[in-house]
Design a protein around this ligand. Structure first.
Ligand SMILES: Cc1cc2nc3c(=O)[nH]c(=O)nc-3n(C[C@H](O)[C@H](O)[C@H](O)COP(=O)(O)OP(=O)(O)OC[C@H]3O[C@@H](n4cnc5c(N)ncnc54)[C@H](O)[C@@H]3O)c2cc1C
Length: 347
């Protein structure tokens, strides 16, 4: 008998596995690579909303816990995942400069939002300067998931196959699936949740995002944010991530010519040096109407749980959501009401 079956090895599933390891629980994981949100994400962590210069929800507290968990993984797998890189937000005029200055004096924001600088970055013109953010960066989540998968396989804990919901049997105090028995099952399938008959009615909308990887001879040492992000590929020098698009209609993982055109036109407004597109990828962000995670138990079946809804900020949100779900499932400690799926119960 296992303690847990976990379905989905994205950043949400991995965050839950961290809690299981910390609490010496035994488990088996299913993943079929049908969703790829985590693997194609830029992996950026930034607690400031760069459109309005406001803090993201509980960003400081959630980011600190997330970084702690990624650091633990660095020790566990002997690899570097966290890369601190300043974000340079290109300012568009005097009004934005004033807004930046006002916001950067406020609590929480002042920890991250620093001075306006007029540094020249080759290929990028910024007559009104850049607002600099520090304490931000990129987590190489794709590398992390590769390392986790290798480790799980070595310990016979990973089943690389689709989880077939119809074969799940719900018993008193445990679940069984084929020849596996477990006390509980946690579903962390990202947008794949839509096929899960137990939780498919949760208000997960899904927002397709596409990104380009470019190569250029210019050295851009920061994450630059204007109408698009340009961010160094931490795994490959000379390559830069350009993203991302937001599409609420198309729910496929297929890259499109329209998204490439859109991203390239924004890129060319920002960056005026030669570059070559070497890769284009698409994924569905598991977004929720109120932009908060979805965590909790099935209303009827005690041993079925969900961990989803990481939206556009999986790196920051998933570790805390996983911790809260684990404490709730094992010790009945209530979760933050903002992430608890019971907020959507019909009154
Ligand atoms: C273009 C783009 C850029 C982004 N940039 C950032 C960023 O810079 N920073 C940030 O924090 N977030 C970013 N995000 C958002 C982030 O990627 C998500 O919040 C996060 O990855 C969601 O993680 P997840 O584990 O819930 O889902 P996923 O990563 O989609 O993982 C779900 C896993 O479950 C598996 N699965 C599904 N159904 C089944 C089944 N039936 N059986 C077996 N396995 C199954 C899938 O194969 C997949 O591996 C970005 C997203 C996109 C698309």
């Amino acid at each position: 008998m296992y303690d847990y079956i976990v379905v989905g090895l994205g950043v949400a599933g991995w965050s839950f596995l961290q809690k299981l390891d910390e609490n010496r629980q035994n488990y088996v994981v299913f993943d079929n690579r049908s969703q790829q949100s985590t693997r194609i994400a830029g992996g950026m962590f930034n607690p400031v909303i760069l459109k309005r210069f406001t803090p993201a929800w509980k960003a400081h507290e959630l980011l600190n816990y997330a970084l702690l968990q990624f650091q633990k993984a660095e020790l566990q797998y002997g690899n570097k995942y966290i890369h601190y890189i300043d974000i340079y937000r290109k300012l568009t005029g005097v009004e934005e400069q004033n807004n930046w200055m006002a916001a950067s004096d406020k609590p929480v924001l002042s920890e991250y939002m620093k001075d306006i600088v007029y540094e020249t970055i080759d290929g990028i013109e910024a007559p009104y300067g850049f607002g600099v953010l520090q304490g931000t960066g990129i987590v190489n989540v794709s590398q992390l998931l590769d390392d986790v998968a290798v480790d799980l396989k070595q310990h016979d804990k990973l089943v690389e196959a689709a989880f077939d919901y119809e074969q799940l049997q719900i018993q008193d105090g445990y679940v069984s699936y084929q020849n596996i028995k477990a006390r509980k099952i946690v579903f962390a399938e990202g947008y794949g949740l839509k096929r899960n008959p137990f939780f498919k009615d949760l208000p997960l909308t899904g927002t397709k995002g596409e990104m380009l990887m470019i190569e250029t001879e210019v050295d851009i040492p920061y994450i630059v944010k204007s109408n698009v992000f340009i961010a160094p590929n931490v795994a490959q020098k000379g390559q830069y991530y350009v993203g991302a698009t937001y599409n609420w209609e198309d729910k496929t993982n297929t890259p499109t010519a329209a998204a490439r055109k859109h991203l390239e036109s924004k890129l060319q407004q920002l960056f005026n040096k030669p570059y070559k597109v070497v890769l284009q990828k698409a994924g569905i962000r598991p977004t929720v109407i109120d932009r908060r995670p979805l965590a909790g138990k099935h209303p009827k079946y005690e041993n079925l749980a969900v961990l989803n809804g990481m939206g556009t900020r999986g790196v920051i949100l998933a570790p805390t959501a996983a911790k809260q779900l684990f404490q709730y499932l094992e010790f009945d400690i209530p979760m933050m009401k903002e992430i608890d799926i019971r907020r959507f119960d019909k009154k």
